[in-house]
Design a protein around this ligand. Structure first.
Ligand code: SAM
Length: 456
């Protein structure tokens, strides 16, 4: 593998006798992983149903390596959101954040959503998860992944860290900054990261990382936890950023990172102005574990002034007034979705508990999207289907993963089905895939056009 020359010289200088083992790891194949979505099923059930050969990732109960020739991204279970394909080392980050149900959590650099979907699984649909991405196109992909994984309590925003910091002073219990970086840890799997790398870019990244981290600090409540991670080796972007941050932000401490098998300590000796506590940060090395390169720092904010209470979000006083929605619920669901309803134009959402007003921010998903109010009727959203559990819809079409109808449905084709008129939740082995509307024994396909399978 062709690695940038300056990168090799720098790593040799840092790693000394360990360099040989490090550089040989580039001759080995990258490791690939998936994380079971425990919002939809337990690990135990997934392992019984999984068509793939899997091996446990040591630092994540829900994470597994899969074999090179399996293609989990091209399986109906993927479309049903039963798992998220995620680089195994990256799973250690969500484990380090470890949010609890009911908390207020911010994922500041969230697209495409690997860590956000991990945090959401830990929160078990309770509390408020704000998932932010600065780039509009990437924010859209993030939003789609939040939908596919059936997450109800996430608010997806498309903002700069600066604007969010103005809106949310001392607000969040936990914040993750999975920072944009030079991506040295991804060289084995990402040729673009190799092509774009330069020493100048490393320096630019570290400046940007410190700025993002400072904005994150503003948004954390006293006593809150801030996790900083990168997928790069360069000390300037890792221990160096944390050293500069701690120097400026006296009320923050570095706390001991996770002690999972295979994780190494941070290297204070690699940066100027180091403090010994930098050793409490964690590094993941590809020559020591089955995973790509990563860095994780866990920081805690000391006691201090609590933030002001933010204005609550505007919610509907009585959703029963929306007759079209009531008729849909009565005809098509066995349970009434519980929580706070909010209407954005003609779009109906259930917003997370603790949702505050996000006026003037670019919000692209304010919670669980239930559907659209049309003239005299309600049309359920794809997100509504994907967060419904077995038994929650009145009418279902349950297909087996090997049935040709599953592929037909995912391609957007009409299915022939006997039954009463109405909305049907189409699923694979009991896991929702999307909606279909039955009339005259023809199930009109409501699988979103942009997600349909083509050429398979
Ligand atoms: C390492 S990636 C995040 C990966 C994501 N957390 C996941 O697990 O799927 C870093 C993200 O930061 C975003 N980003 C780039 N510049 C940024 C900036 N100045 N402020 C905040 N985020 C930025 C990138 O668009 C990218 O999506």
């Amino acid at each position: 593998m062709q690695l940038p020359r300056d990168f090799q010289i720098k790593m040799q200088d840092l790693l000394k006798e360990e360099y040989e083992a490090f550089i040989h790891s580039y001759d080995e194949s990258k490791s690939q992983g998936l994380r079971v979505n425990t919002l939809k099923l337990s690990v135990e059930t997934f392992l019984k149903e999984s068509p793939f050969t899997l091996q446990q990732v040591p630092w994540t109960e829900t994470g597994f390596y899969y074999e090179e020739n399996s293609r989990p991204g091209k399986h109906p279970y993927h479309e049903a959101g039963l798992y998220y394909i995620q680089e195994p080392s990256a799973m250690a980050v969500g484990e380090s954040v470890a949010p609890r149900p009911g908390e207020k959590v911010l994922d500041l650099c969230a697209a495409p959503g690997g860590k956000t979907t991990h945090l959401a699984a830990q929160m078990q649909q309770e509390g408020l998860l704000v998932s932010n991405e600065i780039h509009p196109m990437r924010a859209r992909v993030l939003s789609q992944n939040v939908e596919r994984m059936g997450i109800k309590n996430a608010v997806v925003t498309n903002e700069t860290p600066e604007r969010l910091a103005e809106h949310f002073p001392s607000f969040f219990d936990r914040i993750l900054v999975d920072a944009p970086c030079s991506g040295e840890g991804m060289f084995r799997k990402d040729p673009e990261a190799r092509a774009e790398w330069s020493l100048d870019n490393v320096a630019r990244c570290s400046e940007r990382q410190l700025a993002i981290l400072n904005h994150a600090a503003t948004m954390l409540r006293p006593g809150g936890k801030l996790v900083y991670s990168t997928c790069t080796f360069s000390p300037e972007e890792n221990e160096g950023v944390i050293a500069a941050f701690i120097k400026a932000q006296h009320h923050f401490d570095i706390v001991e990172g996770p002690d999972y098998q295979g994780l190494s300590h941070g290297r204070p000796e690699w940066v100027a102005h180091a403090v010994p506590s930098l050793e409490k940060t964690r590094r993941i090395w590809p020559h020591l574990v089955k995973g790509e390169g990563h860095f994780i720092a866990v920081l805690r904010k000391g006691d201090g002034e609590q933030g002001q209470r933010l204005k609550p979000a505007e919610i509907l006083k009585d959703h029963k007034l929306i007759k079209e929605y009531q008729s849909f619920v009565k005809a098509s669901l066995n349970t009434i979705p519980k929580g706070q309803y909010a209407l954005f134009g003609d779009q109906l959402y259930l917003v997370p508990d603790g949702m505050v007003s996000m006026k003037n921010l670019k919000v692209i998903r304010p919670g669980w999207h239930l559907g659209t109010l049309k003239k005299n009727r309600f049309e359920p959203a794809h997100a509504c289907a994907l967060a419904l559990k077995n038994g929650e819809a009145k009418y279902t079409v349950n297909l087996s993963k090997d049935a040709s109808e599953v592929v037909a449905y995912l391609r957007g084709e009409t299915l022939n089905i006997d039954g009463a008129k109405g909305w049907y939740l189409v699923g694979v082995d009991g896991h929702a895939l999307g909606w279909g509307k039955l009339s005259n024994n023809m199930l009109k396909n409501h699988y979103p056009k942009g997600l349909r399978w083509t050429g398979r």
